[in-house]
Design a protein around this ligand. Structure first.
Ligand code: GDP
Ligand code: MG
Length: 369
């Protein structure tokens, strides 16, 4: 596992974008800066390189890396973060060229998950994701070491060392996978029991920070539920029973939020958690109406739902935080409704629109069962 020599404190963020494009990279870098601030890392500079495809060797291209190195020296940055996935080779080349610690977006998200993991299950899931992420780069290193190790037919001294280390990590992967399989089995049994008892399950899904936990708090009136202006503050599933105004009730689950380019290693590792979503009778897709691109965020949520096999579950789009953008929210809601989705406009924080939402949930649940 990569240990950081010194904790990075200041970063330069970088993205590539097609020439002549709009400022999508700008928004992406804003989000990357927000991700980093969740790790207490300051951003001292941003770099957008206009090129159609990444450089296979160093992602950004040599000229840009020289610039970044000088920029880093001038601003005291000790980390370069690229808003994309880097291959092990690109990562190690960028390190050499800039003299900086180098992360990609996936690694950054993983570091936040690592920081937020509280329960043993979440910790194991994060560790599994990180192992799966790190092992391929160890393979690359192993090959490099064996090349350094000497002529044809000789095994470099580095190779056995790396091989041993890699095998150790692979054994750990198998151990964690076995552990998580039993978690999934237990969860499955629990869900089956709930289904036999006739409890209907509604799951909150949405972009990170959209207000899922706040909504669960407001509907359940359980103030112990953690809602925070921190990304990925909820990594475990929290479920509460909610009563419907006209009688009856349902179980409402809150879980990990989604984000653009959620690393596939994390999606795979958090399968047990995400499976709660695939077994829901109804999904509430929570969208922050005050985000820069609410509809783009909704798209990300929809993509992630397809990835985990939950795209055909009945749903309600819940447009949240309307207290911040009252007028725009009306237009956004109309746009979403025109695609045939049921939409509720609410403020989870100020408890506005909640009874209408509960009515809509009641109606949908009646249609389903
Ligand atoms: P989650 O990541 O989706 O669970 O989001 P949280 O429920 O933790 O909320 C993220 C942030 O948004 C917190 O600071 C909340 O107080 C804030 N928030 C949630 N709902 C609303 C709302 O309706 N209006 C406003 N203004 N802020 C909200
Ligand atoms: Mg939350």
């Amino acid at each position: 596992m990569i240990e950081l020599a010194s904790r990075p404190l200041a970063a330069i963020v970088a993205a590539i974008g097609a020439p002549g494009d709009g400022d999508e990279e700008g928004d992406a870098l804003d989000e990357l800066a927000l991700l980093l601030s969740n790790l207490d890392i300051r951003v001292t500079g941003r770099v957008v390189q206009k090129r159609r495809t990444p450089d296979p060797a160093s992602f950004l291209g040599k000229g840009k890396t020289v610039e970044i190195k000088e920029f880093a020296n001038a601003t005291g940055a000790n980390l370069l973060v690229v808003d994309d996935a880097l291959s092990p080779t690109q990562r190690s080349n960028l390190k050499k060229l800039t003299g900086l610690e180098v992360w990609d977006r996936a690694f950054t998200i993983m570091m936040i998950f690592e920081r937020r993991a509280n329960t043993s299950e979440a910790k194991l899931q994060v560790e599994l994701a990180r192992l799966r992420y790190e092992i391929p780069s160890l393979k690359g290193l192993g090959r490099q070491m064996s090349r350094l190790g000497g002529g044809i037919g000789t095994r470099g001294p580095g190779e056995t060392e790396f091989e041993r280390h890699r095998r150790k990590l692979e054994r750990r992967v198998i151990f964690i996978e076995k552990n998580l399989r039993s978690v999934r089995k237990r969860r499955g049994e629990y869900r089956a029991r709930r289904a036999r008892e006739g409890a209907r399950v509604v799951s909150l899904v949405g972009y990170t920070n959209s207000g899922k936990s706040t909504l669960l708090r407001s509907l359940s009136k359980d103030m112990d539920i953690l809602a925070a202006d921190k990304l990925f503050s909820t990594l475990d599933t929290v479920t509460r029973k909610i009563r419907l105004p006209r009688g009856g009730s349902f179980m409402l689950s809150d879980t990990v939020g989604f984000i653009r380019k959620l690393p596939p290693e994390l999606v795979a590792a958090f399968r047990a958690t995400l499976e709660e979503v695939t077994n829901a009778d109804l999904l509430l897709l929570v969208v922050d109406a005050s985000a820069p691109e609410p509809l783009a965020n909704l798209e990300v949520v929809e993509e992630t739902l397809s990835q985990v096999g939950a795209k055909d579950i009945p749903r309600i789009v819940v447009l949240n935080k309307i207290d911040r953008v009252r007028e725009e929210a009306v237009f956004i809601a109309a746009g979403i409704a025109s695609r045939g989705d049921d939409v509720a406009r609410i403020s989870a924080l100020r408890r506005e629109g909640l009874s209408e939402l509960l009515e809509l949930i009641d109606k949908k649940l009646c249609e389903i069962t």
